[in-house]
Ligand binder design. Sequence first.
Ligand code: HEM
Length: 255
Amino acid sequence: MIVVTVITPAAITYASSKLMSKRAILALKLALHLLCLTPFGVLLYRFQHDNLGADPVNTITHFTGDWALYILLTSLAITPLRRLNSSIAFLVRFRRLIGLYAFFYVSLHLATYVFLFSGYDLFTALTSLKAGHPAVLIDQWKQVWPTIWDDLRKRRFIQVGFCSWLILLALACTSPAVIMRAMGGKNWQRLHRLVYVAAIAAVIHFWWLVKAGVRTPWKDTAVLTVLLLARIIYTGLKSRKKLLPAPTQVKLASQ
Ligand code: HEM
């Protein structure tokens, strides 16, 4: 019996990602770590050289927010890019890593808001900690908590930003392969599709925090719109394909 297997695009994608040598993957991962840590390095460098402008806290908040969004959009761009050309299908291996860096920057952004932007006196808290008075950490927290709570209740850009962070937290916590196996592929995929909701919420967060008439977030919005359209078109094409009979295996002859 001869069985002819028709090679599907998914099979090409899988094969091309399998074909990359372990060394190449490792080298690319290392390069990616360096690339993703570069903005953090730049921030540290600017901090050490007292080069954060007239309002350092504001600079750090905006810098970490910007990079969180750039990296989040980059992680979303991988799926449509690999579908465009099967020779770059290997990129899918780096999607998780890039997504985790987006979470890293957004958590830095949140930490900046909680420990610097809100009025928390981090310097006093740390020097007191060193001097053996850990209770000051809590005292400081008690002082800023009402302001943070007030922001969360009243400022919609904080609310939507926080929702985005919560989604990214859930995705980061469920990113290890063991958790994916425990959840089951389908459930895991369903949850991880929420990354689009997190990105939409992040862009809304950006629009809601800029002053009326300021159009700064338009570039991020344009990129996200293209990525969402690509996703919608792909899903549409896939469901149309499902309606057609699938020519995966053709039995030619049996002796
Ligand atoms: C965790 C909850 C969040 C809080 C509390 C928060 C807070 C803030 C604050 C206070 C600002 C500065 C507002 C001002 O200048 O008046 C800001 C700006 C910004 N945030 Fe967030 N944010 C959060 C989540 C996010 C997320 C999830 C993203 C993106 C993934 C993000 C991206 C940005 C961007 C792009 C800016 C503006 C940067 C610029 O103007 O260049 N934020 N955020």
